[in-house]
Design a protein around this ligand. Structure first.
Ligand SMILES: C[S@@+](CC[C@H](N)C(=O)[O-])C[C@H]1O[C@@H](n2cnc3c(N)ncnc32)[C@H](O)[C@@H]1O
Length: 207
C-alpha cells in the first residue's frame, strides 16, 4: 500500500490574511536579524539552502501556487529552519499590503513567470509599476537580485526597468549555496541548464 505523504505547513507557512499590515519582522521572527525575501520560491530549494546555511538571517518566501507553497513550507519545517516563514499570496499585492518600508536587505526574484504571449505581458511582475514598491521596501543599501532564462522578459522589462529605476546597478551576487557554474541553484535553473538555455542576471542596490 502506498503511504500518502502529509505535508504539515505550520509553523513555517503562515496565512496571509492573519498577518498584520504592516508586518513587524522583529515580532514575527523573534529577533532583529536582517530579512531577505524571495518571490515565487517554487519548491523552496534556494530558500531552504540559504536558511540552513545562514541562521543569522531571516528568510521570507511568497508563493502563489498552493501546492508549491505547501511543499516549500514543509521542506523548510523538515530542515528545522526557525529563521524562515512563507505565505501563499500574490507577491505584489502582499508586498504593498504587508511589507514595511525600508525593511528588506535583499529581494530575490529567480525565474519569475515570463508570460510570453503578447496579451499576457502586462501580468509580468517586474515592470514600471513594480519600481515604487522596490524603492519603498528595500532598506538603504538593500538590493534586488533577478535571474531569468527568458530573453524577452529580460530585454523588454527586467533590464530597462532596473536601469530606469533610480537604483544603482551592481554586480550580481552569486549565493554561496549555488553549485559550480550556477547563478542561484533553483529547481528551474537546474532543469533549464539541462536543456542548455542561457540565463540573464541583474542586480541593483538602493543607495
Ligand atoms: C518559473 S517558477 C520558478 C520557481 C523557483 N523560483 C525556481 O527557480 O525554481 C515561478 C514561480 O513563481 C510563482 N509565482 C508567479 N507569479 C507569482 C506572483 N505574482 N506571486 C507569487 N508567486 C508567483 C509561481 O507559482 C511559480 O512557483
Amino acid at each position: 500500500m502506498q503511504t500518502k505523504h502529509v505535508m504539515i505547513v505550520e509553523p513555517v507557512g503562515l496565512i496571509a490574511d492573519a498577518l498584520p499590515k504592516p508586518i513587524n519582522w522583529v515580532e514575527l521572527f523573534g529577533n532583529a536579524n536582517p530579512v531577505e525575501l524571495e518571490i515565487g520560491m517554487g519548491k523552496g530549494t534556494f530558500l531552504t539552502e540559504q536558511a540552513v546555511a545562514r541562521p543569522d538571517v531571516n528568510f521570507f518566501g511568497i508563493e502563489w501556487a498552493n501546492w508549491y507553497w505547501r511543499y516549500a513550507s514543509d521542506r523548510l519545517r523538515r530542515h528545522g529552519c526557525a529563521n524562515a516563514r512563507t505565505v501563499r499570496a500574490e507577491a505584489h499585492f502582499f508586498l504593498r499590503e504587508n511589507v514595511p518600508d525600508a525593511s528588506l536587505n535583499v529581494l530575490h526574484i529567480y525565474f519569475p513567470d515570463p508570460w510570453p504571449k503578447a496579451k499576457q505581458k502586462k501580468r509580468r511582475l517586474v515592470q514600471d509599476n513594480f519600481v515604487p514598491t522596490m524603492h519603498r521596501i528595500l532598506a538603504p543599501g538593500g538590493r534586488v537580485q533577478i535571474v531569468t532564462d527568458h530573453k524577452g522578459y529580460f530585454e523588454e522589462n527586467i533590464d530597462p526597468t532596473l536601469r530606469a529605476s533610480g537604483l544603482t546597478l551592481i554586480d550580481y551576487n552569486r549565493p554561496g549555496s549555488a553549485s559550480e557554474g550556477e547563478f542561484v541553484g533553483t529547481n528551474f535553473e537546474r532543469k533549464y541548464r539541462r536543456e542548455g538555455r542561457p540565463f540573464y542576471a541583474l542586480a541593483a542596490r538602493k543607495d
